[in-house]
Design a protein around this ligand. Structure first.
Ligand SMILES: *[C@@H]1O[C@H](CO)[C@@H](O)[C@H](O)[C@H]1NC(C)=O
Ligand SMILES: *[C@@H]1O[C@H](CO)[C@@H](O)[C@H](O)[C@H]1NC(C)=O
Length: 231
């Protein structure tokens, strides 16, 4: 009897609290383009100076090797141009990769999700093993792409985690804002900013991309007032 009453009470609470939407959520208009730049939208704990609207680019450390870093958008061509690569199935099932052309003549480089470093051992603290991103010559890591329908916001994802964060780090030629994958169940280090990387539609590099696929992207990320949209 008690059980039944409790069930009824729960059901009526659910009915009473189910929201009656008056306006549907608003999302910014998305375009489609093969090529895009990636722009940082800070979700929490911005760095000083702010990295809001910084663009993703490479910090070269050796031939064909670079860290993926955020830098101020200084000119219309700041930030590398990326594209999603893969077969239709790769893209649909999230197995594609994100590439970018580099060098002369142009050859592919890709976003690489580096293995956790230092390598986790039994009992080690997962927060001590960070996953940073590189942009290296080659094919990049599969499982990286731009979110698609039914996601209402298009942003970079990596299957290695649930988003990204960025931290000022002393790298070999001086400090830079390095990008990391936010691992499941691991807190962002307190000196780092949680960021979403939003694609801004771009012209291409000029190279042909036989497996380049269209991605949803925004016309002007920095010029959009994101506060009026449902996120
Ligand atoms: C960078 O800034 C220029 C203005 O100088 C602007 O046109 C462009 O949209 C910005 N690019 C990105 C990717 O934010
Ligand atoms: C692009 O994706 C296709 C299909 O999976 C693959 O064969 C090709 O190697 C990829 N290209 C590059 C440059 O990674």
């Amino acid at each position: 009897m008690f059980f039944k009453a409790a069930t009824i009470a729960l059901l009526s609470t659910m009915a009473a609290s189910s929201p009656t939407p008056t306006t549907s959520p608003k999302y910014p208009e998305r375009l489609s383009s093969e090529n895009f730049r990636l722009v940082a939208d800070v979700k929490s704990n911005d760095l000083n100076p702010s990295i809001q609207n910084y663009v993703l680019t490479s910090y070269h450390t050796g031939a064909g090797l670079a860290f993926a870093v955020l830098q101020p958008n200084e000119t219309a061509t700041s930030g590398r141009i990326f594209y999603a690569n893969g077969t239709d199935e790769d893209i649909r099932y999230g197995h594609g990769n994100v590439l970018s052309d580099e060098g002369t003549p142009l050859f592919p480089g890709g976003i690489v999700v580096n293995p956790p470093f230092p390598t986790p051992t039994p009992g080690s603290n997962p927060e001590d093993a960070e996953i940073d991103l590189s942009i290296n010559a080659g094919v990049g890591t599969s499982g990286v792409g731009i979110t698609r329908f039914p996601d209402q916001i298009s942003n970079l994802y990596s299957s290695a985690g649930e988003g990204f964060y960025a931290c000022m780090k002393d790298l070999m030629y001086g400090p830079a804002v390095l990008v990391f994958v936010k691992q499941h169940f691991v807190d962002t280090p307190k000196e780092c900013a949680d960021v979403v990387l939003l694609p801004q539609c771009s012209e291409g590099s000029g190279a042909e991309h036989p497996f380049g696929k269209p991605s949803s992207c925004y016309a002007d990320v920095a010029g959009t007032d994101w506060t009026v949209y449902h996120r």
